[in-house]
Design a protein around this ligand. Structure first.
Ligand code: ADP
Ligand code: SF4
Ligand code: MG
Length: 325
């Protein structure tokens, strides 16, 4: 039985502010992703999703720093290895990231062909350029792009949906074991969203990508994407479980409130009317006491603000709320 592709153990990643305070953006998070699996991570803006992505990738740019725990990709720790070793062995080859706002990450002054060629050359320094061009034509055609046109284009000449395909195409050129996609469908219209999701599935079906971490602030979107879901709030996971269970029968009050705040269709095809989730996630610079959701929770009891909540296993789920049976 192969080990997990991505294994995250008690990971903490904090920012250090100018005034010396810590922002506990990711706090003691553990999970793993196996081959063929798509783990969806959902939570409101500011809950630590992008920080978690960067920490999983081992990308600690100040003021972000590693505050504890470990991340292993295909058994290799993303911590402790030398920068060069890590860049050549892990980034792009084992793990590839589709960053948040990726559409704007393409260099506007370079043709798609040059960016894609650089991606390959940065890992295969002596590769034959003619062979690279053949590989690019083949891969771009395989992911539904008009290779001759798109490879010669500058990003500005391409519509958003094609640009996102290009980003995904370039970031998966080396057939990574896992793709970490941070909000890959936000800023896209619904039909383009669907085609991007279809492309990610195709990459998995074709064996180009073995597994995926799919991040979004839209929990209902994960219904047709993820095999399992982790709901994140204030730097912590508050519920982890199978997709349909988390979406339609969330146990943690935050999961229920998040799901209830969004337009969604239930399993019988009925459309739910969204109910606003009032307030905002807590300031992660302040020391936390008790349940981090207490100030906004409709189920809150008198001791919720004092009692630290741990993730407990309930059936096929992990839930961070002491009042769930
Ligand atoms: N450079 C930074 N310095 C200090 N705090 C930051 C920085 N970047 C993000 N944060 C804080 O970290 C928390 C998590 O942010 P982020 O990971 O971007 O959340 P999400 O992706 O879920 O929207 C937020 O409270 C945010 O304000
Ligand atoms: S511990 Fe209390 S405040 Fe926190 S989610 Fe459960 S009921 Fe709500
Ligand atoms: Mg983000």
């Amino acid at each position: 039985m192969p080990g997990p592709v991505l294994s995250v153990e008690a990971l903490s990643a904090h920012y250090l502010t100018r005034t010396g305070l810590r922002v506990r953006a990711v706090d003691n998070v553990s999970f793993s992703v196996g081959e063929g699996e798509i783990l969806g991570i959902a939570g409101e803006s500011g809950c630590g999703k992008t920080t978690l992505v960067n920490a999983c990738m081992g990308l600690y740019l100040p003021p972000l720093f590693h505050a504890g725990g470990d991340v292993r990709i295909d058994g290799t720790s993303t911590l402790g290895s030398s920068h060069e070793h890590y860049r050549s062995r892990v980034l792009g080859r084992l793990v590839s990231m589709i960053p948040q706002g990726a559409l704007n990450s393409l260099n506007p002054t370079r043709r798609v062909r040059d960016m894609a060629t650089d991606m390959i050359l940065s890992h295969e320094a002596g590769a034959d350029r003619r062979e690279i061009q053949e590989r690019l034509r083949e891969r771009f055609a395989r992911i539904g792009l008009d290779a001759a046109h798109v490879l010669n284009a500058y990003p500005v000449e391409l519509p958003a949906g094609i640009k996102q395909r290009v980003v995904i195409g370039i970031s998966t050129l080396l057939n990574p074991k896992i793709v970490i996609a941070d909000e890959p469908t936000s800023a896209l219209d619904v039909s383009t969203q669907k085609s991007v999701i279809r492309l990610l599935f195709e990459l998995m079906d074709a064996g180009i990508v073995a597994s995926m971490l799919f991040i979004t602030h839209e929990l209902p979107l994960l219904r047709h994407v993820a095999t399992r879901i982790a709901v994140m709030y204030a730097g912590e996971f508050v519920e982890v479980g199978p997709t349909e269970d988390v979406i339609f029968h969330g146990l943690a009050p935050y999961t229920q409130a998040l799901m209830g705040s969004m337009l969604s269709i239930d399993p019988t095809g009925r459309q739910n009317r969204p109910v606003a989730l009032e307030g905002a996630p807590p300031d992660l610079k302040l020391p936390s006491v008790g349940c981090r959701f207490a100030a906004r929770c409709r189920e809150a009891r008198s001791d919720c603000r004092e009692t630290e909540q741990r993730l407990r296993t309930i059936g096929n789920r992990q839930v961070r709320c002491g009042y769930v049976d």
